[in-house]
Design a protein. Structure first.
Length: 47
């Protein structure tokens, strides 16, 4: 298992995300709202 996380493993792989993945993550981060109330955090998706 340690071989999967070695430096050589990541250097040999082409780890470029698809544009759909980037769009999904950006849209999700725009829709996420975090509200702090006292010591409690509320997370909501604004869709």
């Amino acid at each position: 298992m340690a071989n999967f996380y070695s430096k050589e493993f990541f250097e040999t792989k082409d780890l470029k995300p698809k544009s759909e993945t980037i769009d999904f993550l950006l849209n999700y981060s725009r829709a996420l709202s975090v509200i702090d109330y006292n010591d409690i955090q509320f997370e909501s998706i604004l869709n």
